[in-house]
Design a protein around this ligand. Sequence first.
Ligand code: RNT
Ligand code: ZN
Length: 423
Amino acid sequence: MRKDEITRNAYELAKEQYSEIGVDTDKALSILDNIAISMHCWQADDVGGFEKPDSALDGGGIQVTGNFPGKARNMDELRQDIDRVMSLLPGKQRLNLHAIYGDFGSKFIDRDQVEPKHFQSWIDWAKSHKTGLDFNPTCFSHPYADDGFTLSSKNEEHRKYWIEHVKRCRAIAAEMGKQLGTPTINNIWIPDGYKDVPVDRFTHRKLLKDSLDDIYSDVFPEEYLKDSVESKLFGIGSEAMVVGSHEFYMGYAIQNNKLLCLDNGHFHPTEQVGDKISSILQYIDEVLLHITRGVRWDSDHVVIFNDEIQLIAQEVVRCGALKRIHVGLDFFDATLNRIGAYVAGVRATQQAFLFALLEPVSRLKEYEENGQFFERLALLEILKTKPFGSVYNYWCLINDIPVAEDYIKEVQKYEREVLAARG
Ligand code: RNT
Ligand code: ZN
């Protein structure tokens, strides 16, 4: 039997098995078609960016480890990589850029000088790819962030500099959204915090609040720009206190009608971001997810199909909140083929959503409401043994995308033909 035929037959069998428990696989796939995954650009070059010829991640409490050959060294290589990644993915993707990835030419453009024109070639790129862009100010890897503080700095010159940067980023993001006809999310994450136990937490948090108020006093149409804020528990070098904590930003987002960004690497390891979604949705209209995998800490490993990601996707689907959730990825591992890392991470995320979409939610709720907890447990366990992989494979096939292990060969080929030449 030809491979395609096996994939189709397996799908037909899977479809029957799911329909026995009241689940429509075709419907699940048509919903999956519309879940856009915002792919972060920074896995391609280890969060380096294009400010200087050899820019590298520096500071900010986040770390890239590894030196697998083939990282993108410039904008052309990064675009080439992203194209290759997208060619190996079914479904919709957006691209999430950081401010340091502008098209700066050979001139050094400081962060308080960035303008929409530096991102016009990205906007054109997105147009030609019929996709949207998301955006992030870059408040790290800069001398003015070396002391660990940016928007909450007690140094007024530094603070004003970062406020100017973020204001410019919002203008850039709004321009992207305007030209692309789909709102750009501008997500603020700052590293600010102390390595050791501080005495004055209050002033830093007050300064951050005032900086945000100043930043958001510039008004842009909602169809162009959405604003989100991302909290964190701790970072390398900010172990004792992070200014932009969960309480801080949740309060800010509720009070100021902003999106809240939940990065699942940014909480105590036993906390579940999946559990937070139904609470936050009571108060906040829209949520941005930064899907990642922390291993013992916020290590930003490549996303895999694990319990944590499954619960996040299940909660979004069970809450009926797909329209209120924006799915972004945030990982950077330099110990393996970076193109493969992207494809594996996006596929794992899509699989988590597919797995959630293949749940007979109303039957499960019925068991729960009847107090039939054994039945709820049993059905949830049985769902883990259902052939959802056959449904995912079929989705790849009908989208003309390499099915299952076939994509490994494609990544290997790219490594041989393109990445190897980068030295
Ligand atoms: C850092 C945050 C943030 C960054 C990116 C590069 O802990 O998760 O989202 O990873 O902005
Ligand atoms: Zn993040």
